[in-house]
Each structure stands twice: as structure tokens, then as C-alpha cells.
Design a protein around this ligand. Structure first.
Ligand code: ADP
Length: 385
């Protein structure tokens, strides 16, 4: 049985977990790195939890602190007990599967920073910081699950010289995890299922999964394409960014920031938080209702498209913050699939149960909490074999 440390670095956070085989030994978060009020929290077996306030200036410092804590708490007795460190890397560029890291692959991840400037630098910082642990390291990519998409899925209708500008697709670690879990819940082999997995969080994307493989994802060359998201606009008429740049005399970087950070639910409702939007919409606030309608409409439209692509689906799977916790969003999204025989259960859906459709439903709808850390650990152990 392998002991795997999972490291998932965001811009100001390090999520971490330790697994021994499939057993979770701990899970934690270093929060507000480089921001006043930073902290380290960990949950341990037996419902034990520890939260510490301490200054953390860099990811490297955060990783040193968490290593000391997991050894002090006897999660592992020493660094040597860790068989490998598995890292989440958002953009894999040309990597098509999880990879054991060496100098050349780390250099390739460094080169892919230009593809995901908001994410990959932090992922790389985690890899470099863990180098001093002298344990094997594995990169698990959010793009890898989508790497086998057919060319008609990844190719944009642009001149040949832009062939490298292609759909990569994202959230692959989460989509892969919930697809496998869906097969377990449905008690059918993943290799025989047609699934539409909906990762609805701050970032949102759908994947069409046929026989366990991604055949399409709504995100594109970057995570900006597809659904309306917390602060991202999702798909637009491609002429619009050019018009905005001209009208406000913005540089490409400024337009990119506007579309990534100042758009989406935040632009429509004044908040990116779906909980706030739902409660304000319930009180009848116009902006919140419109934002909710626009969000749900985009999800429903794309599910419809994937139904056609897969020629029907066995199940629609909801995951991530909104997908797992917002019955009202699921109800609205699924209301357009009654004609295909989808029958939502009015008791199971509000309770966020695993199966939220009636037994007579021709298409199942499932709610499956995502667990990217567990999936990274699984992939890391697989690479070590
Ligand atoms: P991230 O992509 O940052 O990991 P999450 O998957 O945590 O995001 O999703 C965050 C979103 O989930 C936010 O819009 C948040 O409001 C929403 N969310 C979390 N809990 C609930 C809930 N109980 N009801 C509705 N929305 C929720």
C-alpha cells in the first residue's frame, strides 16, 4: 500500500491530503499565502481538527509548515514514509497523461505557464518546493482526461497556421473522478456508459463522457470558454472582445482580465456567490433572478448539445460547490429534459441525495461530491506501479 502526499497549489492556497492506499489519513489547507491573516488547518482521523494562525509568505513556506504538522501529528513518521508526492497541474500542454517528474518534464511545465498564467505558476511553485523532500513527484493534469478527444472536438475553425490554438478542456481530474463514481452508483461498467458530467463551481464546465473517455468539454484553449461562471463570461460572440478593446482602448491583457475576473455572475448580479444569488432571487431581486436564469440556461443548453453528441445519455452528474449543493439550479437545468423521460424526484433533489431522479426516469441524474485530491492520489499511485 502506497502513502501519497497530494499537493494542490492555488494562487494563495495549498490544499493537501495524505492517503495510504484508499484510506484518507489527513486533509488540510494553507490559506491566505502572502496575505495578512494566513492560516494552516488540518482534519485528522477521529474527527480531530487543528487550525493555526501563522504568517505564510510563500507556497514553499506553507509546504514546510504542513510537512512539520503532518509529522508532528504522526500522519507519517518521517518524510521517507511518503512514497510519492502527487501535484495538481491545471494545464498539461502537450502532456496527455499523469507523469513522473524529472528535469525535462518540469521544464516542459515551466514552458506551459504561458498557456495558464493564472494557475500553472502556483502549481510549479509547489513542485519546486517539494523537490527538497527528495521523494518521487508526479504531475496530474486537468487537461489529460480530455487529451484523447477526437479532432472534431478540439479543432477550431481557424486557418491551418493556428492549429496549435485548440480546445484543451479542463477540470479533467474532477470529471474523471465523478464519472468513475457514477458507474459505481449505477452498478454498471464505466466502459458501457454515456455520461454528461457537470462541474459547477466558481469555474464551471461540462464533459461528454463515452465509455469512460472524454469526447468533449465546454472549456477551450483556456478555461474561459463555455458556461457562465463566477467571474468568467463563458462563450461570447468572438467579435465582442475586439469591440470592447476598441471602445475602451484596452490592451489584450486588460481585456483578458475583464473577461476572466470582472464578468460572469459577478457582472450580472454583483456577486459571484451562488448562495447569495439564490437567496436574493428568492426575494425577487431582478438582477439576481436574471443571473440565475442566464447561468441555468447556459448549463441546460450545453447538456442538450451533449445529448446530441452522445446520442442520448445514461446519466447527468452534478458536482462541485453549485452542482452538489444547489437543488434549485439542478431543478431548473433539468426541467428541459422531461421530454426525454427525465423524472426528477421532488424529495431526493432537495436533499442532495446521490440519485435525484425517480426509479422510472429514463435518464438518471446524480449528485456526486468531487474529490480531486483522492483522484490525484489514485493517479500518482498508478504512475508508480
Ligand atoms: P471552486 O471552483 O472555487 O473550487 P466551489 O466548487 O467551492 O468553487 O464552488 C463555489 C460555488 O459553490 C460558489 O458559487 C458558492 O456560492 C456555491 N455554493 C457552495 N455552497 C452552496 C450552497 N449550499 N448552495 C448554493 N451554492 C453553493
Amino acid at each position: 500500500m502506497r502513502t501519497i502526499l497530494v499537493i494542490n497549489c492555488g494562487s494563495s492556497t495549498v490544499k493537501f491530503a495524505v492517503f495510504r492506499g484508499s484510506a484518507e489519513r489527513c486533509r488540510g489547507l494553507v490559506d491566505r499565502i502572502g496575505i495578512p491573516g494566513s492560516s494552516l488547518s488540518i482534519s485528522l482521523p477521529g474527527d480531530r481538527a487543528i487550525a493555526l494562525k501563522l504568517p505564510v509568505r510563500t507556497h514553499r513556506e506553507g509546504i514546510s509548515h504542513l510537512m512539520r504538522l503532518i509529522i508532528a501529528q504522526d500522519v507519517v513518521r518521517s518524510v521517507e514514509e511518503i512514497d510519492a508526492v502527487g501535484h495538481r497541474v491545471v494545464h498539461g500542454g502537450s502532456f496527455t497523461q499523469s507523469t513522473l517528474l524529472d528535469g525535462a518534464s518540469i521544464a516542459a511545465i515551466r514552458r506551459s505557464i504561458r498557456l495558464a498564467p493564472l494557475h500553472n505558476p502556483h502549481n510549479l511553485a509547489g513542485i519546486l518546493a517539494c523537490g527538497k523532500l527528495r521523494r518521487p513527484q508526479v504531475a496530474v493534469f486537468d487537461t489529460a482526461f480530455h487529451a484523447a478527444m477526437p479532432e472534431e472536438a478540439w479543432r477550431y475553425a481557424l486557418p491551418e497556421r493556428f492549429r496549435d490554438i485548440r480546445r484543451f478542456g479542463f477540470h479533467g481530474i474532477s470529471h474523471q473522478y465523478v464519472a468513475r463514481e457514477a458507474a459505481r452508483i449505477l452498478r454498471r461498467p464505466l466502459s458501457q456508459l454515456k455520461l454528461i458530467t457537470c462541474h459547477l463551481g466558481n469555474g464551471s464546465s461540462l464533459t461528454a463522457v463515452r465509455n469512460g473517455r472524454s469526447v468533449d468539454n465546454t472549456m477551450g484553449y483556456t478555461p474561459l470558454e463555455g458556461l457562465v461562471m463566477g467571474t468568467r463570461c463563458g462563450s461570447l460572440d468572438p467579435a465582442i472582445p475586439l469591440l470592447i478593446a476598441q471602445r475602451e482602448r484596452l490592451s489584450p491583457a486588460e481585456v483578458e482580465k475583464l473577461l476572466n475576473r470582472e464578468s460572469g455572475l459577478k457582472a450580472l448580479a454583483g456577486t459571484r456567490d451562488m448562495r447569495d444569488i439564490l437567496s436574493r432571487a428568492k426575494r425577487g431581486e431582478r438582477k439576481a433572478r436574471l443571473a440565475l436564469n442566464i447561468y441555468c440556461r447556459a448549463v441546460a443548453k450545453h447538456i442538450g448539445a451533449y445529448m446530441a453528441l452522445l446520442n442520448g445519455a445514461d446519466a447527468i452528474v452534478f458536482t462541485a460547490g453549485i452542482g452538489q449543493n444547489a437543488p434549485e439550479v439542478r431543478r431548473r437545468v433539468l426541467s428541459g429534459f422531461r421530454h426525454q423521460g427525465l423524472r426528477l424526484c421532488p424529495r431526493a433533489n432537495p436533499a442532495n441525495r446521490a440519485v435525484i431522479t425517480r426509479s422510472s426516469s429514463r435518464i438518471a441524474a446524480l449528485v456526486i461530491p468531487t474529490d480531486e485530491e483522492r483522484e490525484i492520489a489514485r493517479e500518482t499511485a498508478r504512475v508508480l506501479r
